[in-house]
Write a protein that binds this ligand. Structure first.
Ligand SMILES: N[C@@H](CCC(=O)N[C@@H](CS)C(=O)NCC(=O)O)C(=O)O
Length: 213
C-alpha cells in the first residue's frame, strides 16, 4: 500500500510525478499549509518537521523527496535510476542533489515573495540576490536529460525548474528541458492530480527594482 501526503505545487509533486512515471497504485492525500493539519501529531509521526512530501510505502514512512524518488526507482522502476557502478552514476547522483541547490534558492524566494506577506518583513536585497543566484544555477540545466536517459534525477530537477520559471526568466537550455519534462504524459497526469494552487497563485513574481534604478 502506498499513500502520499501532498500539497499542490510543493516538493511532494516530485513524488506524485514519480508514482505516475512508475504506474504504481497509490492513495493521494491532499493537504493544505493553512489548516494546521501538517502540525497534527499524526502527520508529525510521518514527517517530524511537519512537511510534505510524506509517504507510506508498505509500512515504511519517508519524508524526503529526493530519497523517496530514488527509493521508488530502486524498488519499483530500476529504469529510472543509474545503479552503483554503472556508467553515468556520478551524473545521476549529481543531478539528484543539484536539484536541491536550485531548491534552496526557490525556498528563499518563496519565503520572501509569498510566505512573508508584509512588505517590511521582506529583504529586497535577499530577493534580488536569490533570483540572481537561481538564474546562475539554472545555467547548468538542460537541454537534455541529466544522464542522457530520463531518470528520477530529472524528476527532482524538472520540478525545481518548473517552479523556477515563476521567479526568473529561464535560460534557453533550461526552458527546453522544462518543455521536455512537461511533454511527458506522467508529468501531465501528475499536474492534473496536483490540486488547487495554494503556493504560487501568480504566473510570475518579479524581483524588486533597485532603488534609484
Ligand atoms: N528536503 C525536503 C523539504 C520538504 C519541505 O520543505 N517541504 C515544504 C514544501 S516544498 C513544506 O512542507 N513546508 C511546510 C512548512 O515548512 O511548514 C524534501 O525535499 O522533501
Amino acid at each position: 500500500m502506498i499513500r502520499l501526503w501532498h500539497v499542490s505545487q510543493s516538493r511532494s509533486f516530485r513524488v506524485l510525478w514519480a508514482l505516475e512515471e512508475l504506474g504504481l497504485e497509490y492513495e493521494l492525500r491532499q493537504c493544505s499549509f493553512f489548516d494546521k493539519s501538517l502540525r497534527a501529531p499524526d502527520h508529525l509521526a510521518r514527517s517530524p518537521a511537519g512537511r510534505v512530501p510524506a509517504l507510506e510505502l508498505d509500512g515504511l514512512a519517508m519524508c524526503e523527496s529526493g530519497a523517496i524518488v530514488l527509493y521508488l526507482a530502486e524498488t519499483h522502476g530500476p529504469q529510472l535510476r543509474v545503479a552503483e557502478g554503472q556508467p553515468g552514476r556520478a551524473q545521476f547522483l549529481q543531478g539528484l542533489h543539484y536539484a536541491e541547490t536550485l531548491g534552496a534558492h526557490l525556498a528563499n524566494l518563496t519565503q520572501h515573495h509569498i510566505i512573508l506577506r508584509e512588505e517590511w518583513m521582506r529583504s529586497q536585497t535577499v530577493m534580488r540576490l536569490e533570483a540572481m543566484r537561481l538564474a546562475a544555477a539554472l545555467r547548468a540545466v538542460g537541454p537534455g536529460w541529466v544522464t542522457g536517459a530520463f531518470t528520477v534525477a530529472d524528476i527532482a530537477t524538472g520540478y525545481a525548474v518548473w517552479v523556477a520559471q515563476r521567479f526568473v526568466s529561464l535560460p534557453p537550455d533550461a526552458a527546453a528541458y522544462l518543455e521536455s519534462c512537461q511533454a511527458r504524459p506522467a508529468f501531465q497526469r501528475a499536474l492534473a492530480l496536483d490540486g488547487v494552487a495554494e503556493i504560487y497563485t501568480r504566473p510570475f513574481y518579479p524581483q524588486p527594482e533597485k532603488e534609484g534604478s
